[in-house]
Ligand binder design. Structure first.
Ligand code: DAH
Length: 348
């Protein structure tokens, strides 16, 4: 009995010293395992209790319990201490020096393509046009057939594109939105919409051509809508986009979905119409195609061309942006060169 108490005392001593000397939590944990775990030294003292004479067992047991709780308390106290020390250390090492200058954030800018797209839409919205969104993936029916371009129509040759499965394709013109709008307007009443978006064609990319480009489509339908309305609307658009002095000129052209069809030129901003390198000496720069909506298109859209008429136009977004900002190469819109993009900002 004496010897078990003595053993307990010496283990207690040893354990307390080990706890005291533990420098960090992982060292302390090892000490805990050595003394306090199920098979640890303090616990194994307990299992020796049965060898003690029955009459003395109570007293020895009480001593062993004391040993155990003394070691446990010492362990817990040390654990709290080390924990606090570790937090202190962390706070110290992660301290933020609030006097250091901050890191500056680089602020992105909006691609001029989107600046101009939004500006075109804003101008037409201010004239009462609704903005309609179309899909980049279209069927032949909406991209061609409902626009009076049946399967064997020669005008399709100029609009070869990327074909997907199931007769789907990447649209070649936002004009597809015309067919959708006519079809979806159940009132078959007056319409005034613009539809911006991306178009795709099989094209060899160069300074003025890209296999991907943007257009804004316009469509107006109503009673007595005429070429005069088209001309007035586009003249206003051009003045708002390029300045009050700009004039427009309509040249006769051909599109399957309009009759008559025109191409619209704007007077050159650089030379004011005298002729320079920018307008190739003509004084005019082409910016869009337009015309009176073909009766077949109205009919296929469920409208009666004897009762209503309309005009439509398609304007190239990059083309307008290039003229407005003096950008010389259409590929710049798609190269993501931060030095180029940083030069453009929304004007209030
Ligand atoms: N879709 C034509 C093109 O991509 C542009 C166009 C011309 C649109 C005349 C029109 C239009 O709505 O009336 O070349």
């Amino acid at each position: 009995m004496e010897s078990l108490i003595a053993k307990a005392k010496s283990i207690q001593e040893e354990a307390l010293t080990a706890i005291e000397e533990s420098k960090d939590l992982s060292a302390l944990l090892e000490v805990r395992n050595k003394y306090l775990s199920k098979k640890g030294l303090v616990s194994s003292l307990m299992s020796e209790l049965k060898t003690v004479d029955a009459s003395a067992r109570g007293e020895v047991g009480a001593t062993l319990n004391m040993t155990r709780s003394t070691v446990l308390k010492a362990f817990e106290a040390k654990e709290t201490l080390l924990h606090e020390e570790e937090i202190e250390r962390k706070l110290e090492s992660e301290r933020v020096d609030i006097t250091l200058p901050g890191r500056s954030l680089s602020v992105g800018s909006i691609n001029p393509f989107y600046l101009i797209r939004d500006e075109i839409c804003d101008i037409f919205a201010s004239l009462g046009f609704h903005i309609v969104e179309g899909d980049d993936i279209e069927s032949e029916r909406y991209n061609f057939e409902l626009l009076n371009m049946p399967h064997d129509h020669p005008a399709r040759d100029m609009q070869d594109t990327f074909y997907l499965t199931n007769g789907l394709l990447l649209r070649t013109q936002t004009s597809a939105a015309q067919a959708h709008t006519l079809e979806e307007d159940l009132s078959k009443g007056p319409l005034r919409i613009v539809s911006p978006g991306k178009c795709y064609r099989r094209d060899d990319d160069d300074m003025t051509h890209s296999h991907q480009f943007g257009q804004v489509e316009g469509l107006v339908v109503g009673k007595g809508v005429s070429m005069a309305d088209l001309k007035g609307t586009l003249a206003l658009f051009v003045r708002k986009m390029f300045g009050e002095k700009r004039k427009i000129r309509l040249r006769s052209s051909y599109f399957p979905f309009t009759e008559p069809s025109v191409e619209v030129d704007v007077s050159c901003a650089k030379c004011g119409g005298k002729g320079c390198s920018m307008c190739k000496g003509t004084g005019w720069i082409e910016i869009l195609g337009a015309g009176e909506v073909h009766p077949n298109v109205l009919k296929m859209g469920g409208y009666n061309p004897k009762e209503v008429s309309g005009f439509a136009f398609g304007v190239g977004i990059e083309r307008v942006a290039m003229l407005r900002y003096g950008i010389d190469d259409i590929r710049r819109f798609y190269q993501n060169d931060a030095r180029f993009l940083a030069g453009f900002h929304k004007e209030d």
